[in-house]
Design a protein around this ligand. Structure first.
Ligand SMILES: [Fe+2]
Length: 297
C-alpha cells in the first residue's frame, strides 16, 4: 500500500522533529533566549499590529474562558460570531482520516463561510439550515485531499465560490468530484464575505500554499498549527523537509504568536487551542523538552 503523501511515516516523523528541535534550540541560544523574553510581549511588526489589535479588541468576549481542548462539537457562540465544528471521516489509502470542517458565521447578519469541507456531512447542512445561515464562500486552508473533497458539493448546493492559495492548485483535480477552486489567492490580504471580514495569513511549510484565516478572535489554522504540535512538512524539489519546517516555525512565530494570546485556534485535525497556549506549551515553538502531542487524524 502506498504511504499517504501528506502524512509521516513514524521514523521520518521522529527524524524531522529531531531536526526541528535542534534548530529551535540553536535559534533560541543564538538570540540569547529571546523567545522566553518575548513571552507576553508581542513582537512589533508593522503589518501585524493592526490585526493584532483588532483581534485583541474582539477577543474580549472569550477572555478568561478556557479555550483549549475539545470542541466546538456544539456550535460555539461568542458575542459576534459562531463557530461550528463538524468532524468528517475521509477515506483514502484504506484509512479513515478525521478532519475538522468548520462553519463560521456572523450572529447578526447570518453570513457564513464553510472552511475545509473534507466530506459532505448532514450536520453541516443541518446547522446551516437550523441557524438560517447565508453561505457566502468556501475557503480551503490548503489543498490536501482531506480538506477539499466536498468543495463541489457545497459549491453547487449554495452557489458560492471556492477560495484557495494559487501555489496549492496542483493538489486539485485528482479526486472523482471536481474540487478545483474558483478564486486563486496569491498574496496575503483581507477578504469580506457579506459582513464577515477575514484576514488571510500565509504560512508555507505544511504545504506551500497553507493559509490561516483570522476573523475576530477566531483563527483557522488548517494543518499548519495543532494543539501542541505542528503539521508535518515534505521534501520537494525546492527544499528539504527540515528547511520547510524551519520556514513554518518562523512563519508561525512572526505572524501567529504575535496575535492576542486569547485568540482561539481551530486546527484541521484534533482539538482547538489558543495562541497563548501554543506560545507557552508547544514544544516546537519554544524550548520545552516534552514531545509534541499526538495528532488525532
Ligand atoms: Fe494537510
Amino acid at each position: 500500500m502506498t504511504a499517504p503523501n501528506h502524512l509521516f511515516l513514524p521514523a521520518a516523523h521522529r527524524f524531522q522533529w529531531l531536526i526541528a528541535m535542534v534548530f529551535v534550540c540553536i535559534s533560541c541560544s543564538s538570540k540569547g533566549g529571546s523567545d522566553t523574553k518575548s513571552q507576553g510581549k508581542p513582537m512589533a511588526h508593522a503589518g501585524e499590529s493592526m490585526a493584532a489589535q483588532s483581534a485583541g479588541s474582539m477577543s474580549a468576549a472569550v477572555m478568561g474562558k478556557p479555550s483549549v481542548g475539545k470542541g466546538p462539537r456544539a456550535a460555539e457562540k461568542t458575542a459576534q460570531y459562531t463557530v461550528k465544528r463538524v468532524v468528517v471521516a475521509v477515506a483514502r489509502w484504506g484509512k479513515i482520516y478525521r478532519e475538522n470542517t468548520y462553519i463560521l458565521s456572523d450572529n447578526s447578519s447570518r453570513d457564513a463561510v464553510i472552511i475545509d469541507p473534507g466530506k459532505a456531512h448532514p450536520d453541516i447542512e443541518a446547522h446551516i439550515k437550523s441557524s438560517s445561515l447565508k453561505v457566502r464562500a468556501i475557503l480551503n486552508t490548503h489543498g490536501h485531499f482531506d480538506h477539499i473533497q466536498a468543495n463541489d458539493h457545497y459549491r453547487k448546493l449554495y452557489g458560492v465560490k471556492v477560495y484557495a492559495h494559487k501555489v496549492d492548485r496542483h493538489f486539485y483535480g485528482k479526486a472523482r468530484a471536481p474540487d478545483k477552486p474558483d478564486v486563486l489567492l496569491d498574496k496575503e490580504k483581507h477578504l469580506s464575505f457579506g459582513t464577515l471580514h477575514l484576514r488571510i495569513i500565509a504560512v508555507p511549510g505544511h504545504s506551500r500554499g497553507s493559509l490561516f484565516f483570522l476573523c475576530g478572535a477566531h483563527l483557522f489554522s488548517g494543518d499548519t498549527l495543532f494543539l501542541e504540535n505542528l503539521g508535518m512538512t515534505f521534501t520537494d524539489k525546492k527544499a528539504t523537509s527540515a528547511q520547510k519546517m524551519m520556514q513554518q516555525i518562523r512563519g508561525i512565530k512572526e505572524k501567529i504568536l504575535v496575535l492576542d494570546p486569547a485568540v482561539t485556534v481551530y486546527p484541521g485535525h484534533g482539538p482547538k487551542t489558543t495562541v497563548g497556549h501554543e506560545k507557552q506549551f508547544n514544544p516546537l515553538l519554544n524550548r520545552q523538552k516534552k514531545k509534541p502531542r499526538a495528532i488525532d487524524y
